[in-house]
Design a protein around this ligand. Structure first.
Ligand SMILES: *Cc1c(COP(=O)(O)O)cnc(C)c1O
Length: 374
């Protein structure tokens, strides 16, 4: 498939049907409502198109990291409940209320800021209380959250919709940390019973929790990476039937023969031992394709796997195709399938010495996104 002449031949293809399939697989597995996590441009897949598709699939709730992501969704006409997961700043609270976004309240101080802003506007804020059970990121420590929960329950200006915590080690099925966090979270939730207050929605599971720890599913789950068909940890067993939704493709822009001993790219770090065919691909680290893949990454051309040689540049890199043939405009697959061959994002991450999350969220706005299905 060639891109229109006016468009970059480099593009991200997002298969919305794969996302719907993954949502169904998660639902069948957990049997509780789903808060689909679409932060960081829906893990690189495109915030608004993915959110719109998830809403059409009947997802109960969306989760984003920052206020501005929530506002972008509201401005695009998304109407399902949206929780902003990140820590809030006092002056932002009015914006949350104005855009009907649910607030993460992660300290007694912030609770008071939310109350003050809600009272000033004469409109209640919908909040989720954040408990720290071991991540030490944001949230009130589970061992001292009694007064915090009592203050929230007593608040006239906050409606407590949820209580939640975040798992630090759920991508590792063998970690004992998760059981400890489950225990601490249960102790925090018990304050509601002690106060005689109704229990809000309890949610704890990220993708690792969804896959490996049924005791974390509780009243709602918060999957991110598995929605996009990617394992949180490349080593983890494939317990759910997931379909990767994202492909990254480009086209050959240049073909040449490089003579033995003639180095390729910046720093002259690699030269062929024999005359070889080298093609140039028009994307680079300026698109978020990591420079760490220099001399480590691979691509697919004409169904064959070929190594990236020399350093990846900002906008281009080179591939040694040996004695194979390739033509200008041939499709180059960097992430995804071509014929029987595949390069999963997990493999790209491993080659780059990072995790799939960083590869996906790093693919930036310079690359056009095309959607199919849905
Ligand atoms: C990012 C995030 C998630 C989703 O994490 P995955 O590992 O992608 O499933 C869930 N909850 C919180 C609080 C998060 O920040």
């Amino acid at each position: 498939m060639s891109a229109p002449a006016s468009e970059r031949p480099t593009r991200i293809l997002v298969d919305l049907d794969a996302i719907a399939h993954n949502l169904r697989a998660i639902r069948a597995h957990v049997r509780v409502p789903v808060m689909a996590i679409v932060k960081a441009n829906a893990y690189g897949h495109g915030l608004v198109p993915v959110a719109r598709h998830l809403q059409a699939q009947g997802v109960e709730q969306l989760g984003v990291a920052f206020l501005e992501e929530g506002i972008a969704l509201r401005q695009a006409g998304i109407t399902v409940p949206i929780l902003v997961l990140g820590g809030i700043f006092g002056p932002q609270v009015a914006q949350f209320i104005a855009h009907d976004l649910e607030v993460t309240v992660s300290s007694l101080d912030k609770l008071h800021q939310v109350e003050a802003a809600a009272q000033a506007l004469g409109r209640k804020a919908t909040v989720h209380l954040k408990i720290d059970t071991g991540m030490e990121r944001i949230g009130v420590h589970s061992y001292s959250c009694g007064p915090f929960i009592a203050a929230a329950v007593a608040s006239r200006w906050c409606t407590i919709k949820g209580i939640y915590s975040h798992l630090a080690c759920a991508d590792d099925p063998g970690s004992e940390m998760t059981a400890l966090q489950v225990q601490r979270f249960a102790e925090a939730c018990a304050h509601f019973e002690r106060l005689g207050a109704p229990m809000p929605l309890r949610h704890l599971a990220n993708s690792g929790g969804v896959l490996h720890f049924p005791q974390t599913h509780l009243d709602m789950v918060r999957p991110g990476i598995v929605l996009y068909g990617v394992q949180p940890d490349p080593a983890s067993k494939r317990t759910l039937d997931l379909r990767p939704a994202l492909s990254l493709v480009s086209q050959v822009v240049y073909f040449k023969v490089v003579k033995a001993g003639h180095p390729v790219s910046y720093g002259a770090t690699w030269a062929p031992a024999h005359d070889t065919r080298v093609v140039t691909v028009p994307l680079g680290y300026g698109d978020g394709y990591p420079r760490a893949l220099s001399a480590r990454g691979e691509v697919l051309i004409r169904g064959h796997r070929h190594p990236i040689v020399g350093r990846i540049c900002m906008d281009q890199f080179m591939v040694d195709i040996g004695q194979d043939s390739a033509w200008n405009e041939d499709e180059v697959v960097l992430i995804g399938r071509q014929g029987d061959a595949a390069i999963p994002v997990e493999a790209v991450a491993q080659a780059a010495g990072t995790i799939p999350y960083e590869i996906l969220t790093g693919l930036n706005a310079r690359i056009p996104r095309l959607y199919r299905g849905g």
